[in-house]
Structure formats: C-alpha cells, structure tokens
Design a protein around this ligand. Structure first.
Ligand code: HMG
Ligand code: MG
Length: 289
C-alpha cells in the first residue's frame, strides 16, 4: 500500500563536497550533478556562495551552476550568507537559494562570524529582494539538537529561529542535526516544539549520520508529519565549522528505506547508485592522497 509521496532533497554536491579535503575539480562536481539530474529529484543543492577563505571547497560554485546540464523540473539551489552571495547566486542562475541560521550562538559565531540575531538581520534584505522576483528561499536551522560549542540545544530555541525564518518568508525550514547527535526522543521533542510554530508540511529533516541513527530519526519525523528529508548521495559531507560532524545520511539508504516503508520518492535507484559510486570515488581519491 502506498503511503503517498515523500521527497528527498539532494544536498551532496553542496553539503557533501564542502567538507572534502581534496581540491575537487569543477568538472568532477558538474559530472556528479549531471548524474543526479537524471535520478528524478525536484531539488538539488549544487553550490554555495560563501567566502572562499572560509570554505575553499565551494569556490567554483558559479562555474558549477553555469556548467551543469539543466534538466526540466529540477530546481538547482545555492546557499547565500549575505547580499553578495545572493547577487552571485542570481548571476550564476540559481533557481532557489537558502539562508542558514543556527539555533545556538556558538555555532552561529563559528559558522558565519555573527550571532543569531545579526545573522537574521543579514538575511532580511535577501528575502526582500527574492520576494520581488518570486525566487524561492529555503531556511536552514543548524544545531537543532546539540551544538559542538554550546552543548544541548533547547527545542524552544530551535522553534524561535524556525519561526523567525518562516515569518521572514522562507518557504521551507530545514532542521539540521549538524553533528548527528539526535535520537528519536530528542528529535521528537524538537519537532513537537517546532510544529507549534511552522506546519509540518513546511519542515524538512536534515540529519547527519554520525551515530548511525539518522534513519530512525527520519522514522520519528515521518510519524510527526514531515515528508521532506535532506540527504547526500554516497553519505558525503560534514560541516567545516562543526568538529566531529560526519556526512549527511546517504541518499541511497533513505530512498530504499522510504520505499520499503511504502512511500513514493519518484527516484531511479539505479541512477542514484551510479551517483553514489561517483561520489564515493571522489571520496576514495581523498583517502588516497
Ligand atoms: P566575515 O569575515 O565576517 O565577513 O565572514 P566579511 O564581510 O568581513 O568578509 C570577509 C571576506 O569574505 C572579505 O574578503 C569578503 O569580500 C569576503 P577579503 O576582503 O578578506 O578578501 N566575502 C565573500 N566572498 C565571497 N562570497 C561571499 C562573501 N561574503 C564576504 N558571499 C561570511 C562572513 C558569512 C562571509 C563567512 O563567515 C562565510 O562565508 N561563512 C560560511 C560558512 C559556511 O559556508 N559554512 C557551511 C555551510 S552551513 C552548513 O553546512 C550547515 C547546513 O548543512 C545545515 C546543518 O547541517 O546544520 C546548512
Ligand atoms: Mg548539513
């Protein structure tokens, strides 16, 4: 019996590759995105217009966005921390953008060199500009369970930032368990608080798989009404400003899990396995150097 649609938002080319040690050539990134474009995703995050001094791995983002072969029905997304990033993302042809905040002060300062309030103030003009041209803006909240600098994060703190991003005009709020510390219990407590301020249908789960519990956390999220999950093909990833963070939950594992439960993802598993092999080979080369 079908339980209805469930979407995987592919973040491998951005969240996955931003943390790899090797200087990955733009052509390899484009090849990965072009493969993913054949898999049936509606949204793929392919770029990040942040400071190359902070995240050197994302320096070729404009070349990636302009070099990929676009597939109809796919929105190609990019992270934008400030107006400069927004303008660069627009110039390179991003179909949607994402702003990223944190539920903890420590991570906010480490990641964007600003406290939570100041980071939201930087996003305001981005959302204003995007609204004029109907450009969809997604909002991330990091450290929804635990922060590598401040420790456990209160569900109310997550709800407060999610509420603000939603009120500012983000069409969807992606909840990041940045260091993969979440358990079904802590994820449920967090989601119950966030659901009070943002409808479950506008939330996405973004779970890193540090302790191998991401699929259980997805099950908990499904039971609380979420139907969008971020994942990275091949389980690539991490965050340079979150010590100990490992990859996002692997797209191929989530796709199989959702389909075994009876959800329809619309994804072609053969293509995803091909992309996962490509991603793993990129990582393999990292391990070899
Ligand atoms: P700053 O140093 O406070 O800002 O950085 P600044 O305005 O003083 O600029 C510093 C330098 O960066 C200047 O260059 C600017 O021109 C340049 P300089 O004069 O020194 O040569 N700069 C830029 N360059 C390119 N594009 C830009 C840009 N803006 C400034 N857009 C800033 C503030 C936000 C820029 C910096 O902290 C930054 O880039 N942070 C990004 C960190 C990042 O990308 N982290 C990973 C993504 S978040 C994540 O992975 C979590 C997520 O997956 C969810 C989860 O798992 O929780 C989303
Ligand atoms: Mg992440």
């Amino acid at each position: 019996m079908s339980l209805g649609p469930c979407e995987i938002f592919e973040v491998g080319p951005r969240d996955g590759l931003q943390n790899e040690a090797r200087d990955i050539p733009v052509a390899e990134k484009i090849a990965l995105v072009d493969c993913l474009s054949r898999a049936g995703f509606s949204r793929i995050e392919v770029a990040s217009f942040v400071s190359p001094k902070w995240v050197p791995q994302m320096a070729g983002s404009a070349e990636v966005l302009t070099g990929i072969t676009r597939t109809g029905g796919v929105r190609y997304a990019a992270l934008t921390p400030n107006m400069r990033g927004y303008e660069d993302a627009r110039a390179a042809g991003a179909d949607e953008i994402a702003v990223f905040a944190s539920a903890s002060e420590g991570f906010s300062r480490a990641n964007v060199n600003a406290g939570i309030t100041e980071s939201l103030e930087r996003f305001a003009p981005i959302l204003e500009e995007a609204r004029h041209i109907d450009l969809p803006v997604r909002g991330y909240v990091s450290c929804v369970v635990e922060c590598p600098y401040d420790g456990p994060v209160a569900p109310a703190a997550v709800a407060e930032v999610a509420d603000k991003l939603f009120a500012m005009g983000c069409y969807e709020i992606s909840l990041g368990d940045t260091i993969g510390a979440g358990t079904p219990d802590s994820i449920a407590r967090m989601l119950l608080a966030v659901r009070d301020v943002v409808p479950a249908g506008r939330l996405a789960g973004h779970y890193h798989d540090t302790t191998g519990r991401a699929l259980e956390n997805i099950d908990t999220s499904l039971s609380l009404g979420l139907r969008v999950f971020d994942a990275a093909v091949g389980g690539l990833g991490g965050c340079p400003y979150a010590p100990g963070a490992v990859g996002n939950v692997a797209t191929e594992a989530v796709a199989r899990h959702l389909s075994a439960l009876g959800y329809e993802t619309g994804l072609d598993l053969d293509v995803i396995d091909e992309a996962a092999a490509t991603a793993q080979a990129m990582r393999q080369e990292v391990a070899d150097v």
